[in-house]
Design a binder for this molecule. Structure first.
Ligand SMILES: [Zn+2]
Length: 342
């Protein structure tokens, strides 16, 4: 399939009617003819690939895509992931997305988008402020004023952190490593520690990571290093958006198996990949522990470089464009680890 996409010319691509092929055409042609192919994707009305398009490419003429999603999506989730995952939107567009999320009335996404706007982006808008004042009064019986707006949002956003506590390891994993020596660490981010932990112990969510590292540096291990977490799986099916041959990592791309079997995964509580000093320290300590474990258990010297310490977006570039995000401090981590082990 990839070979066919690479050989395909623009006229052949424009005859395609399915959003996935059109999107993958752009992906394998570095976004050339983005406007022509983008219009075709828009014609299909497929929200999944319209939203991938916005998150993968920096699109000048993005408003038509946003307008389409604003007018057709009945769920706040795509809107929120565009708000959070597309960093080139202008202020007016951001506000129209947040206002639509408010209309859709899903509490979780209302709080997430408000937190993102006021607390993370550090923006302020008076109309929006008055709106949330009313919403918080009606829904949560909380009176807010401008002075405590940020702290209330912060508290609501992170409240989940303190709601969940689990003993021991989760069952969300494969036992063992097949016949692999696990030799890659995959870095991830999750907006809140609480939501990560909750999903990792929820059988139905079918996700996990070996470790979760909170903003304050606290480390929770969720899966034994002997086992394979469900963090960054790849599929052998061409029809899947996590097909292993889409991987940007040359190692992952060349191993015809699920990447979870031969990787370790570390989740960090973060919005854009930047880590607090304590979190960075913990992350480096966790990686040291992994490297020592690999030596002890397999008598194998973990290779410390950017091919073996990678991000989720290197494994699943189509669906995980912002994990762990461009602020993630790979260089600092790799340097520190080299100092320890070389
Ligand atoms: Zn991830």
């Amino acid at each position: 399939m990839i070979e066919e996409l690479l050989k395909m010319n623009i006229n052949e691509a424009l005859k395609c009617k399915d959003a996935r092929t059109l999107f993958l055409y752009l992906y394998y042609h570095d976004g050339n003819n983005l406007d022509l192919v983008g219009n075709k994707i828009l014609e299909t009305g497929d929200l999944r690939y319209i939203h991938f398009l916005l998150r993968t490419f920096e699109i000048k003429d993005y408003k038509k895509y946003i307008d389409y999603i604003l007018n057709t999506s009945s769920s706040a989730s795509y809107l929120y992931y565009i708000l959070y995952g597309v960093d080139y939107l202008d202020e007016e567009t951001r506000l129209s997305i947040i206002n639509r999320i408010i209309e859709l009335n899903e509490d979780r996404y209302i709080i997430k988008s408000m937190y993102f706007y006021f607390n993370y982006l550090k923006q302020f808008n008076n109309d929006l402020y008055n709106k949330i004042k009313t919403i918080f009064k009606d829904k949560l019986d909380i009176d807010i004023n401008r002075d405590d707006l940020l702290s209330i949002l912060e508290e609501l956003f992170y409240k989940e952190d303190y709601m969940y506590d689990y003993e021991g390891f989760t069952e969300n994993c494969y036992k063992g490593r097949k016949d692999y020596i696990p030799n890659i660490i995959v870095c991830h981010i999750n907006n809140t520690y609480g939501s990560a932990i909750k999903n990792f112990y929820d059988k139905e969510a079918e996700v996990s990571a070996h470790f979760v590292i909170r903003r304050d540096g606290y480390v929770k291990q969720v899966v034994s290093l002997d086992d394979s977490s469900w963090a960054n799986g790849t599929s052998l099916r061409e029809a899947s958006d996590i097909y292993y041959r889409f991987a940007k990592s040359p190692l992952i791309n060349s191993i015809e198996d699920n990447a979870n079997y031969y990787t370790f995964s570390i989740e960090h509580e973060s919005y854009d990949g930047s880590l607090t000093p304590k979190q960075l320290e913990s992350s480096i300590e966790v990686m040291k522990k992994i490297i020592r474990y690999v030596k002890e258990k397999y008598n194998y010297d973990f290779i410390i470089d950017r091919d073996h310490i990678i991000g989720h977006s290197d494994v699943n570039p189509i669906v995980r464009t912002k994990c762990p995000g461009k602020m993630f401090p790979y260089d600092i981590i790799i340097n520190e680890l080299k100092k320890e082990f070389n």
